[in-house]
Design a protein around this ligand. Structure first.
Ligand code: DAH
Length: 344
C-alpha cells in the first residue's frame, strides 16, 4: 500500500511538472503504459496472499484512475495554453496601414482612340490597321500626291530608303484598304494609328503623333453623308449640340476637299479665348475621295463615290481635356497621366 501511494505521488508530481503536451505524453507512458509503474504494481499482486489481493487490486485501480484523471486535466490545461500561444503568435494587426496598389490609367490618346472606335463600330464601321514603316507607293503615289509635292520633301518626311518611309498620314492605310477591296463596295472603315513628320517638337508640333482616318465608299455617297457622320463624331467627342462647318480646302486625294470646324464646346459658339472669338475650332481635313484615286485602285468612279477624313487625336484630346502642350502626351509624367482616371 505504501508503494502504491508513493507511485501515485510521484506520478501526480510528474503530471504537474509536465510543461508541454510531449512531456505529458511521456509521463502517461511512464505510469499508465504496458511497461509503466502502475502496471508494475499490478504484477506484484501474484505474490500477495489471497486475502490481501482484493484490497490491493482496488487500491491500484484507484491509483490508476487518479493518475489518469490528473493527466486528462493537465492535458486540457496544456492544450488551452498551446492554443493561446498560437493565437498570440499568429495575431494579425488589422489596424496597420496596407500596401497601396498602384493602378495605371488609360492614356488620354488611347481614350480618344477607343471613344472613336466605339462610336464608329456602333455605326457599322470596321477598324483597319497598317504598317508604320510604309512604302512611298501607299503614302504618296496612290494618294495622288505628285512627285514634286512639298510633303514628299526630305525636310518633311522620315525616309528609310527612297521608297520606304515612316508614314506621314493614316491616308496610307486608306490607300491600302482601297487597293485591297479591288473595286468592291461598300467600304466603311476607320484606321487609327501613329504617323511621323520631320517637325521640330514644340508645344503644338511633334515629330510623331496619332491620326484616325475614316473611309466610306459606296453608291450615292455624298458630302451630306460626310457632314452627318462628322456631326455625330463632334457630338460624341465634344458633347451634344455641336455643329460642324465645312470650309473649302485642298488635298490631292479628295475633290472637293474641306477643312472641318466644330462649334466651340467652351463657349457654345459665342466666341472665347479658345476659339479666338470665332466660335469655331478647326478639327480635321476631309473630302470626297478623288475620282482618280478611286480609278487607280480599280473602282468605277462613275458608279461609286466615297468620303474620307483624317483627324488628329492629339488635337481632339487637347481640346477635350484642356491640354496646352502636345509634349505632355509623350513625356510620361505620372502627374499628367494620372489626371485621366476620372474622365470618360
Ligand atoms: N491626310 C491628311 C493630313 O494628314 C488628313 C486628311 C485630309 C485625310 C482629308 C483624309 C482626307 O482622308 O480626306 O493632313
Amino acid at each position: 500500500m505504501e508503494q502504491i501511494r508513493e507511485v501515485e505521488e510521484k506520478a501526480l508530481e510528474a503530471v504537474r511538472n509536465a510543461e508541454d503536451l510531449a512531456a505529458l505524453q511521456q509521463v502517461r507512458v511512464m505510469y499508465l503504459g504496458k511497461k509503466g509503474s502502475i502496471q508494475g504494481l499490478m504484477s506484484m499482486m501474484k505474490s500477495l496472499p489471497k486475502e490481501e489481493k482484493p484490497a490491493f487490486g482496488q487500491a491500484v485501480n484507484q491509483c490508476k484512475q487518479t493518475v489518469s484523471d490528473a493527466i486528462e486535466a493537465r492535458n486540457a490545461e496544456l492544450q488551452k495554453e498551446a492554443l493561446a500561444k498560437q493565437l498570440e503568435e499568429e495575431k494579425i494587426d488589422i489596424t496597420l496601414a496596407g500596401d497601396k496598389l498602384e493602378v495605371g490609367t488609360t492614356h488620354p490618346l488611347i481614350m480618344v482612340q477607343q471613344q472613336l472606335e466605339d462610336l464608329f463600330i456602333g455605326m457599322g464601321y470596321t477598324v483597319a490597321e497598317g504598317p508604320e514603316v510604309e512604302q512611298d507607293y501607299y503614302n504618296f503615289e496612290l494618294a495622288n500626291i505628285p512627285k514634286d509635292h512639298p510633303a514628299r520633301d526630305m525636310q518633311d518626311t522620315f525616309y528609310i530608303d527612297p521608297n520606304t518611309l515612316l508614314r506621314t498620314h493614316t491616308t496610307a492605310m486608306q490607300m491600302r484598304e482601297l487597293e485591297k477591296a479591288k473595286g468592291r463596295t461598300p467600304i466603311k472603315l476607320i484606321c487609327p494609328g501613329k504617323v511621323y513628320r520631320r517637325d521640330d517638337d514644340d508645344a503644338t508640333h511633334s515629330h510623331q503623333f496619332m491620326q484616325c482616318e475614316g473611309l466610306v465608299v459606296g453608291e450615292k455617297i455624298t458630302l451630306a453623308d460626310l457632314k452627318g457622320t462628322l456631326t455625330a463624331m463632334a457630338n460624341r467627342m465634344f458633347g451634344e449640340g455641336r455643329k460642324v462647318r465645312f470650309r473649302p480646302s485642298f488635298f490631292p486625294f479628295t475633290e472637293p476637299s474641306v477643312e472641318v470646324d466644330v462649334s466651340c464646346p467652351f463657349c457654345n459658339g459665342k466666341g472665347c479665348s479658345v476659339c479666338k472669338g470665332s466660335g469655331w475650332i478647326e478639327i480635321l481635313g476631309a473630302g470626297m475621295v478623288h475620282p482618280h484615286v478611286l480609278e487607280m485602285n480599280g473602282f468605277d468612279s462613275e458608279k461609286c463615290s466615297g468620303f474620307a477624313f483624317g483627324v488628329g487625336l492629339e488635337r481632339v484630346a487637347m481640346l477635350k481635356y484642356g491640354i496646352d502642350d502636345i509634349r505632355n502626351f509623350y513625356t510620361n509624367d505620372l502627374r499628367f497621366l494620372k489626371n485621366f482616371d476620372r474622365f470618360d
